[in-house]
Design a binder for this molecule. Structure first.
Ligand code: SF4
Length: 297
């Protein structure tokens, strides 16, 4: 699939999917009560600091109960499954369960299991793209791109309602590349409004870097490796975080208000505290310690 470039092309999108405001909530947020535990079955795990066990794709996790709930939900970190706390499907789980497969589940209809598990990671990527596009449409500096962003969002939203066969055959890398071009232009427009020199750390190796109190307003952190970096007290307003690896990054006291393309999984993987200022669409991870993650510079 290629994104529509013009209004005429967009008109080929089914009417029910056109001109519809796709809100970032609730459709793009996980609703585990309406999902058949797909992330706990469809995805493979390798035993590591994120997962206490290894398992193959399509094999149910040993902790998944018959009712599709996790038996250790309240103790995931303590039991060696912090990766499950970090993970977010952007609402793909309930979409595949309730829309693509119409409420049929892989336990009572095992014949659909292989296709369901193949579609889930595709849907997850599509929903992630929808999340970014929905955010881009909220950014006034990118208003000249809103038409193209809207057409891209409508086309991908329509695709998420397609058949399992169509979804499984989707060329996701091409879609991601097209959307990334739009988001990159959006980022340029947003960050251009930040006064002064804006730092470019695109795909930079900043693992373990001491960035305490740094002025990173409007910085490009796209794809940056920030694992265990100390960003305590840093000013990250209007910084672009798309694809940045924030595992164990210290965000205590950091100001992330107005940062763009930061996602809940990225935040969940980092270490912040009550003094961390967040973008309005994201929530403070429950496992963050009230005062941890901030060492004075
Ligand atoms: S530990 Fe729980 S949340 Fe994690 S994969 Fe297993 S069942 Fe799912």
């Amino acid at each position: 699939m290629r994104l529509p470039r013009t209004r005429q092309e967009a008109a080929t999108v089914p009417r029910q999917h056109r001109n519809r405001r796709l809100e970032r909530s609730p459709g793009l947020r996980a609703d585990c009560a309406n999902c058949f535990g797909l992330c706990c079955v469809a995805l493979p795990f390798t035993a590591s600091t994120d997962f206490a066990i290894s398992k193959d794709a399509g094999c149910p996790c040993v902790n998944l109960q018959a009712d599709f709930r996790c038996r250790i939900h309240q103790q995931l970190r303590a039991r060696g499954f912090p990766g499950c706390v970090t993970y977010d499907c952007f609402g793909a789980g309930q979409k595949v369960s309730q829309t693509t497969f119409g409420g049929r589940d892989w336990r009572t209809a095992p014949a659909i299991a292989p296709q369901m598990f193949a579609v889930f990671p595709v849907m997850r990527q599509l929903h992630e793209l929808l999340w970014y596009l929905a955010e881009a449409l909220t950014l006034p500096p990118a208003r000249t791109l809103h038409g193209a962003l809207r057409r891209a969002m409508d086309a991908i939203d329509a695709l998420t309602h397609a058949s399992a066969e169509t979804l499984a055959a989707t060329d996701v890398p091409t879609l991601r590349r097209d959307v990334d071009t739009l988001l990159s232009h959006t980022s340029d427009l947003v960050r251009a409004e930040v006064p002064g020199r804006r730092q470019n750390h695109r795909r930079a190796d900043l693992i373990g870097a001491d960035l305490r109190g740094a002025d990173l307003r409007g910085a490009c952190l796209r794809g940056a490796h920030l694992i265990a970096a100390d960003l305590g007290g840093a000013d990250l307003r209007a910084a672009d975080f798309i694809g940045a690896d924030l595992r164990d990054a210290r965000l205590g006291g950091a100001d992330l208000t107005g940062s763009i393309f930061l996602t809940q999984p990225q935040l969940n993987a980092a270490r912040g505290n009550l003094a961390t200022k967040l973008p309005t669409a994201l929530t403070r991870p429950a496992h963050w310690h009230p005062t941890a993650g901030h060492r004075p510079a």
